[in-house]
Design a protein. Sequence first.
Length: 365
Amino acid sequence: METLNVELGDRRYPIHIGPGEAAHPERLAPELSGRRVAVVTNRTVAPLHGEALRASLAGAGIRGEPLWIELPDGESHKTLATVEQILTRLLEARLDRGSRIVALGGGVVGDIAGFAAAIYQRGIDFVQVPTTLLAQVDSSVGGKTGVNHPLGKNMIGAFHQPRAVVIDTNSLNTLPTRELRAGLAEVIKYGLMKDAEFFAWLEENIDRLLALEPEALIHAIRRSCACKAEVVAADERESGRRALLNLGHTFGHAIETGMGYGAWLHGEAVGTGMAMAARMSARMGWLAPADAERAEALIRRAGLETRAPAELDAARFRELMGIDKKVSDGRLRLVLLRGLGNAELTADFDDDALQHTLDETARAA
Ligand SMILES: NC(=O)c1ccc[n+]([C@@H]2O[C@H](COP(=O)([O-])OP(=O)(O)OC[C@H]3O[C@@H](n4cnc5c(N)ncnc54)[C@H](O)[C@@H]3O)[C@@H](O)[C@H]2O)c1
């Protein structure tokens, strides 16, 4: 088992990582002992991992039975309506301000449950028990919570840090391979954006991760969480450095939106977006061509596409990038690579390099 901390002063919190972590009552007891607890999960995850958590909660000495809230599965349920239903259940059960929410599931459950915690009676504390790789290395750490609006993804939300994150690597054993690969995109992102040594480790160990070897998983998740924790501690509310976490995301969002939400998983689009960012950086002379190839090769070995779909021509791609929320003051800003492990946010990029990258992608796909 490994523990690292997100350093946010008096809101500092631990991230516990290891096989069987969610089944250890002592991980949950410090936060939940003697309190009433609502578990927010979904109908896919509950039958797989609900019982272990129930047993763990009982062992942690929570007050009474947990209030069990099972949502339907899917991003389409990440809405204010779902949050309202959760709030109704909490009120009906008379949970008070000292009660806690536990989010058991992927990023969708974590975002919804975290947002419900942020606004229930002006905010109650919550614990994340993420069960997808993406949630374990990204969404459960950092305090962004929220839901979608018909006019935009993640447009309603709040910053609300969890009290603890409990990452049980065993939960990945039931995760569909496609979801695992999508999570690996975010893992690779940390290496590319700020940790060249980790990137090299990933080149050596990507097959062990795909084979779900516990030691390799723990290492990769710990390094990823450490990267995210460091960025979040330095810039909790995304005024500057936190934006570097968006490496590959501007291209990725364009793919997700352009192909229709759900056709590409978020992580799949981010994987392709990072390969595009790497190629564009090489074109601008920021990144050695050999390093861009290394980036692309690793993304490919993780089982991810490196070229955007042929359906999106450059003009459509530009249009889709223009409506991305990373645009500030009307100028498109992109996260590019100055080298492996060295991402930089810039509005001052070479438009020809962008055009070539979009053209090449569309033609080559
Ligand atoms: N808050 C943040 O900082 C942040 C960061 C990145 C992404 N997100 C959000 O996260 C969401 C995506 O998260 P995700 O990729 O985890 O998707 P998800 O929550 O939809 O989970 C993917 C699928 O896997 C299932 N699942 C989860 N755990 C499982 C397990 N152990 N075994 C079998 N099936 C399992 C889920 O039920 C779902 O069907 C998006 O809504 C995105 O906006 C938030």
